[in-house]
Design a protein around this ligand. Structure first.
Ligand SMILES: C[S@@+](CC[C@H](N)C(=O)[O-])C[C@H]1O[C@@H](n2cnc3c(N)ncnc32)[C@H](O)[C@@H]1O
Length: 298
């Protein structure tokens, strides 16, 4: 009977990964989740303290982050979140989408399509589905590399590809999987999204019938609750932000825990990034919402 049905609790940001089979894992899924949650909270408080110029609190929070294992421990917890027992390599979804393009290409061409260039920001492993596929040449970066094939590099400080430099060609795809929500400050999230297009190959260079016709694009993965249960962000608003930045939504998938998007970049003239800004503004009321937001400054 409808009256006896239990009400589902809205998703919280901390519950970002699919269910686990914890027997074979060193950290239980609950320990993994609380470790990730604690890191996110401290990180958010730290960014606020830095922005407010509170040096005493900044130092205290840095010490707390260090004592709880810092980025290293957080990454270990995230890798466990990615393990197949936990249902997780998000790049599998991108592979499903690309495979459809590949098979379309093969129907019309005998030659093998050229490899696509991917920039994976926030790379924890070198053997995810995209890396194993052979379709991509992957450049992997992270704030803290755990592997020789991952460069220690802050994306916000990475040199932008430009004509006449060794990194002349942009990338066909930039992957930001669970990276934007890692940032504690809404404006930094907007800045990160804004920066992506500078790394994308110009769409003029990719002809329509190539396997890469969905590109250049941003593969964006967020915890689902960032758009389904946030007080300040829903999918309509996110789409508005992305259109402003010059993208159109090419693919989307919503799972219980994550939301995946492929945003095709149409060029800087397509949006109105120079004129439109998105402030922190309530889009849903209610006590059980989270406060995730993305702020875009013009
Ligand atoms: C939750 S992990 C995500 C890992 C993986 N991409 C996934 O989908 O599971 C977030 C990672 O993003 C990295 N990260 C955050 N900001 C970054 C930046 N500005 N440049 C490079 N890496 C960054 C962090 O160091 C962290 O390892």
């Amino acid at each position: 009977m409808a009256g006896n049905r239990k009400r589902r609790k809205p998703l919280l940001l901390s519950h970002t990964r699919p269910p686990s089979t914890p027997k074979t894992l060193s950290l239980s899924s609950q320990a993994t989740r609380s470790s990730i949650r604690r890191h996110h909270i401290l990180q958010k408080q730290l960014q606020a303290a830095i922005l407010n110029g509170n040096s005493v609190l900044t130092e205290r929070l840095r010490a707390q982050l260090g004592a709880s294992g810092g980025l290293q421990r957080y990454q270990e917890a995230s890798i466990q979140g990615q393990s197949s027992e936990r249902g997780g390599d998000s790049s599998k979804v991108l592979m499903e989408w690309i495979t459809e393009h590949e098979s379309q290409y093969r129907r019309h061409h005998t030659a093998k399509p050229e490899k696509l260039r991917m920039l994976e920001v926030g790379a924890l492993k070198v053997d995810n589905a995209c890396s194993r596929s052979g379709i991509f040449n992957v450049t992997r970066i992270d704030l803290h590399s755990q592997h020789p094939d991952i460069q220690t590099q802050d994306f916000m400080e990475m040199p932008v590809p430009s004509p006449g430099t060794s990194a002349e060609d942009g990338f066909d795809v930039v992957s930001l999987s669970l990276v934007v929500n890692y940032l504690g400050d809404p404006s930094s999230r907007g800045e990160m999204l804004k920066r992506v297009s500078s790394f994308l190959r110009s769409s003029r260079e990719t002809s329509k019938d190539e396997a890469g016709s969905a590109f250049p694009a941003l593969f964006l993965v967020l915890p689902a609750s960032c758009v389904t249960n946030s007080r300040y962000l829903d999918e309509e608003r996110l789409e508005g932000i992305m259109i402003t930045l010059g993208y159109v939504q090419a693919r989307r998938k919503l799972s219980k825990k994550l939301v995946y998007y492929l945003w095709r970049y149409q060029g800087s003239g397509a949006g109105q990034a120079q004129t439109v800004s998105y402030k922190k503004q309530e889009v849903r009321a209610g006590g059980s919402r989270n406060n995730f937001s993305i702020v875009l400054q013009s």
